[in-house]
Design a protein around this ligand. Structure first.
Ligand SMILES: [Zn+2]
Length: 102
């Protein structure tokens, strides 16, 4: 079952509100720009198996749950990365320690 947050992340992706700005495939380092529901813009980074987002949700919850909490912005980046890697039809996607059902 998809969580609500993942569904919202998927919606952000479907609306084209997530954009890959920089990619270093060799080092698996990515920078994204994500437009949220109130048209605020957040920068999201993926580096060395860890995600970082600028939003209040992530900064408030990630320190208490290191490495495993992702916000809807980060979730939207999974869908874009899956699409760019051509693995969007796969049922399970893995980044670092995180697995996501798509
Ligand atoms: Zn966020």
């Amino acid at each position: 079952m998809k969580s609500d947050r993942i569904s919202r992340g998927h919606a952000i992706y479907l609306h084209g509100h997530v954009e890959l700005l920089e990619a270093d495939v060799e080092h698996e380092s990515y920078t994204f720009r994500v437009k949220g529901s109130n048209h605020e813009v957040y920068m999201v980074h993926y580096e060395e198996g860890s995600w970082l987002c600028e939003c209040h949700d992530w900064r408030g919850r990630a320190p208490g749950d290191p490495g495993s909490f992702t916000c809807k912005h980060i979730d939207s980046c999974y869908f874009l990365l899956a699409d760019l890697k051509g693995i969007g039809k796969q049922s399970t996607l893995e980044f670092g320690t995180k697995k996501i059902e798509v």
